[in-house]
Write a protein that binds this ligand. Structure first.
Ligand code: MCA
Ligand code: AMP
Length: 476
């Protein structure tokens, strides 16, 4: 397989990465990542302390050049989840920016500081397209997150398919503020521009003002989750500079969850620009997208990307072709992961033969475009574009001494898409634990974005004759 980043080979003076006022050209990135790659040679796997910084981008590129799989870690992950991830993935070392303080869960790991300067050319890139490149942890309905193993082939295939759908070139300057420990922000948002030989401007953290500034200052594309577009839509009403900046972008792309029609319409009305949606998953990378030359329709995630086979399947396995019946989306193609790390059981269960079961329910219109209408599992919640399993939060809540029973659901939220709600039977009904104490407990055990935003008390959880909690009868 040829190089993942042809532009790095040339190592020109073209701009590659900008994080705030810090930046690297392709030549500088080649030298910094080349030097670090030489230090990683022979490691089986490395963890990357994935802060939204230049160092994270250098560390991941170095690992890819060295052929060492990288495990990006959310720096806000709590003790329990972080311990699970490092126990499961067993990184040989952790890469972090000099001076970053690492939590006790990583104390036993050797550390390598990531420097953004260097002087060594990169080693020859591995040739095997199936070689694992990244291990990205993703939540399921129950249990702790699983590590999706993404080979080099999947990264190259998905980025090239998006380039085709969006006419994405080296002239593009991508603006985003997504976290760098998930596929959206890391693979699409950092590796994407680098594969094209273009550049990325990362805001460090999302603000509508930052988006306006970077788009007005030369950005051509914006990637975001629906919560970000919702906040842009809210701000647009009295911010003509923001409207002008969005109107000037070549492409506004939303993904990771559905962008509500209301936000689509508000942005279109105030900027004259339509946001286009693409649909993907950690395990599959990108499956479909509205193409740049198509007429974007709110609610549509477009057509299968080049190389991706997509079908809709009924509960009994029958394929749907009629353009109106809802079915589960199943996909296959070079964009797919190779499996979950250490979980052959879960990997086998995720496939129907060669087809990957996404768990997303959709309708396929007569023109082949896909409309997602929901999810098979009610125990998966999408909040702020993050996938969160109800089971992992329930387990964390049950660890709190004030909680006797717990059930977690997602409720519609105009900003987050869904908001996490915890239904609690307190150990002592006269003295239930305060809501913020439970939120802090989940935030420090798992991650802040998994914390319940609402806590409701019950005397008893509704259960069926089998003792199973009837979550559908839990609503506020
Ligand atoms: C609040 N905070 C706390 C607590 N409460 N920390 C500890 N304990 C607490 N009790 C902190 C948070 O860490 C955060 O810190 C700040 O307070 C605000 O938190 P929150 O309100 O949760 O954040 P937000 O401002 O609402 O975030 C909205 C967001 C974010 C920026 C849109 O949700 C986000 O970045 N989403 C992107 C998710 C994503 O990339 N998903 C892609 C996966 P601080 O402010 O310092 O951070 S899906 C994927 O990859 C597939 C392939 C796909 O299709 O894309
Ligand atoms: P994750 O597992 O965090 O990678 O999230 C993948 C899930 O995000 C998919 O299975 C979908 O449910 C959802 N998703 C991603 N993009 C979109 C989109 N454009 N519209 C609706 N849902 C989406």
């Amino acid at each position: 397989m040829s190089s993942l980043f042809p532009a790095l080979e040339a190592g020109s003076g073209r701009s590659a990465l900008h994080f705030g006022d810090r930046s690297l050209t392709y030549g500088e990135l080649r030298a910094a990542a080349g030097s670090l790659a030489a230090r990683l040679a022979g490691a089986e796997r490395v963890a990357v302390w994935a802060t939204p910084t230049l160092e994270t981008a250098v560390a991941v590129v170095a690992a890819l050049l060295a052929g060492v799989p990288a495990v990006p870690l959310n720096p806000k992950t709590g003790e329990r989840e972080l311990t699970h991830i490092v126990t499961d993935s067993r990184p040989a070392l952790v890469l972090a920016a000099p001076g970053d303080e690492l939590p006790p869960a990583l104390a036993a790991l050797p550390r390598a500081d990531v420097l953004t300067r260097g002087d060594a050319p990169p080693p020859p890139e591995p040739q095997d397209p199936e070689a694992p490149a990244l291990v990205v942890y993703t939540s399921g309905t129950t249990g702790p997150p699983k590590g999706a193993v993404l080979p080099r082939r999947a990264i190259a295939a998905t980025l090239d398919a998006l380039a085709d759908a969006w006419t994405w070139t080296s002239d593009d300057v991508l603006v985003h503020a997504l976290p760098l420990f998930h596929v959206h922000g890391l693979v699409l948002g950092v590796l994407g521009p680098l594969r094209r030989g273009g550049s990325v401007r990362h805001l460090g953290r999302f603000t509508t003002g930052g988006v306006a500034r970077e788009l007005a200052g030369g950005g051509t594309m914006l990637f975001g989750v629906p919560t970000m577009y919702h906040r842009l839509a809210e701000a647009l009403t009295d911010d003509p500079q923001l409207a002008k900046a969005l109107a000037g972008a070549r492409l506004l792309v939303s993904g990771s969850a559905a962008l509500p029609v209301h936000d689509h319409e508000r942005i279109a009305a105030l900027t004259g620009r339509r946001v286009i949606e693409r649909y993907g998953m950690t395990e599959t990378l990108m499956n479909t997208s509205v193409r740049v030359d198509a007429d974007p329709r709110p609610g549509s995630v477009g057509v299968p990307l080049p190389g991706v086979d997509l079908r809709l399947v009924e509960e009994d396995g029958t394929e749907i072709h009629d353009g109106e019946t809802i079915g589960e989306i199943q996909v296959r193609g070079p964009n797919l992961f190779t499996g979950y790390l250490n979980r052959p059981d879960a990997t086998a269960a995720a496939f129907d033969g060669t087809w990957f079961r996404t768990g997303d329910m959709a309708v396929r219109d007569a023109d082949g475009s896909v409309r997602i209408v929901g999810r098979k599992a009610t125990d998966l919640i999408k909040s702020g574009g993050y996938k969160i399993g109800a089971g992992e939060i329930e387990n964390a809540l049950l660890d709190h001494p004030g909680v006797r029973e717990a059930a977690v659901t997602g409720e519609p939220d105009p900003d987050l898409g869904e908001r996490i709600v915890a239904w609690i039977v307190p150990t002592d009904p006269d003295n239930p634990p305060p809501a913020d104490e439970l939120a802090d407990h989940v935030a420090t055990q798992l991650a802040p974005h998994k914390r319940p935003r609402t806590v409701r008390h019950l005397d008893v959880l509704p259960r069926n004759d089998m003792g199973k909690i009837m979550k559908r009868s839990l609503h506020g």
